[in-house]
Ligand binder design. Structure first.
Ligand code: NAD
Ligand code: LMR
Length: 338
């Protein structure tokens, strides 16, 4: 009997039962986000094949992660010659490739390097896995998502329902900070965060928070909480003092986002998630982070933003010019050509 159990256990690893069925490619897998995210994805019950791609150090990361006793098969791919094989057959591609901020920089200061990286990777996705869901982490997200969209559109394979800028970290932070204030487990807290992913374009809708902010919280404290959520990335950049930006909390947030995508792909929907997508949610802004209903085919519905209080409405109006500028900058980068 013991021998039979052992054989069944080995067989279940060799031929994992559903839902271990998807191929996920992680581009930038050896970086500060890439390494912990590789580890978290290796634990996903939805992933049959985990494809780890980077321009440096992937053999070591892949060998390391592959020794975890979970079902996903891990393969490492190094350098542009191996990118097609890394992508082929992928259902979900997650992109944290690119440089992070140092103190004193804005996310937009990363544009000159990261725009070209995202363009090249999007071209490869268009060629090798055009139907994949694509989740972009590389900053400035407000511009890199429009860059990827333009590349995919020019290749004739854009499906806006499957292209996402990952803003989950903003939601995760809002949940953590509010949990601290109200003394609740952050997993029982919900705070919508909409807009974009940079400074004032990050718009937490604290008026819709659950549980609500206590009545004892003053308008100044409310404003301070909003500002802390908007500046949380900078808080980490400053604390790391030149050694990069958020990596561990980002890996957690990206793993959560990936899990939502894979659950939706599996038909376990409807799944609700926030992300920065092409949509008509806000007039005059072709990209906006909104609550989304995800299903097998991607975004099935962009959900309403819901009511805003006076402070949120003011912030909403104030962010529009900056967000539109970042979107246009990304689109124009692709239009100018290499
Ligand atoms: P990092 O420098 O530690 O890692 C980046 C990795 O990308 C490196 O391993 C590097 O070799 C790789 N890379 C560079 N060019 C590549 C290419 N052409 N193809 C594949 N891989 C390539 O940086 P990090 O801390 O992991 O951050 C990565 C990006 O994520 C940054 O742009 C950062 O600003 C962004 N970020 C976004 C969020 C968000 O909420 N969306 C949060 C944190 C960080
Ligand atoms: C974050 O919000 O932590 C990231 O966008 C990284 C950064 O530069 O702040």
């Amino acid at each position: 009997m013991a021998a039979l159990n052992r054989i069944q256990k080995i067989a279940s690893h060799l031929d994992p039962p559903k839902p271990f069925k998807f191929k996920v490619a992680l581009l930038g897998a050896a970086g500060g986000i890439g390494q912990p995210l590789s580890m978290l994805l290796k634990m996903s019950p939805y992933i049959a094949e985990l494809s780890l791609y980077d321009v440096a150090n992937t053999p070591g990361v892949a060998a390391d992660v592959s020794h975890m006793s979970t079902a996903a098969r891990v393969k490492g791919y190094l350098g542009p010659d191996q990118l097609p094989a890394a992508l082929a057959g992928s259902n979900l591609v997650i992109i944290p490739a690119g440089v992070p901020r140092k103190p004193g920089m804005t996310r937009d200061d990363l544009f000159n390097i990261n725009a070209g990286i995202v363009r090249t990777l999007a071209e490869a996705i268009a060629a090798h896995c055009p139907n994949a869901w694509v989740a972009i982490i590389s900053n400035p997200v407000n511009s890199t998502v429009p860059i990827a969209a333009e590349v995919l559109q020019r290749a004739g394979v854009l499906n806006p329902a499957r292209l996402f800028g990952v803003t989950t970290l903003d939601v995760v932070r809002a949940e953590a900070f509010l949990g601290e204030i109200v003394g609740a487990d952050p997993r029982d807290v919900s705070v919508p965060v909409v807009g974009g992913h940079a400074g004032i374009t990050i718009l937490p809708l604290l008026s819709q928070a659950r549980p609500p902010l206590p009545a004892s919280v003053t308008a100044e404290q409310r404003k301070a909480l909003m500002t802390r959520i908007q500046d949380a990335g900078t808080e980490v950049v400053q604390a790391k003092a030149g050694a990069g930006s958020a990596t561990l909390s980002m890996a957690y947030a990206a793993a959560r986002f990936a899990d939502s995508c894979l659950r939706a792909m599996s038909g376990e929907g409807p799944v609700t998630e926030y992300a920065y997508v092409r949509s008509s949610a806000v007039q005059g802004l072709p990209y906006f982070s909104s609550p989304l209903r995800l299903g097998r085919s991607g975004v099935e519905e962009v959900l309403p933003l819901g009511p805003m209080d006076a402070m949120e409405s003011e912030n909403f109006e104030a962010m529009k010019a900056e967000l539109l500028g970042s979107i246009k900058k990304g689109e124009e980068f692709v239009a100018r050509g290499p």
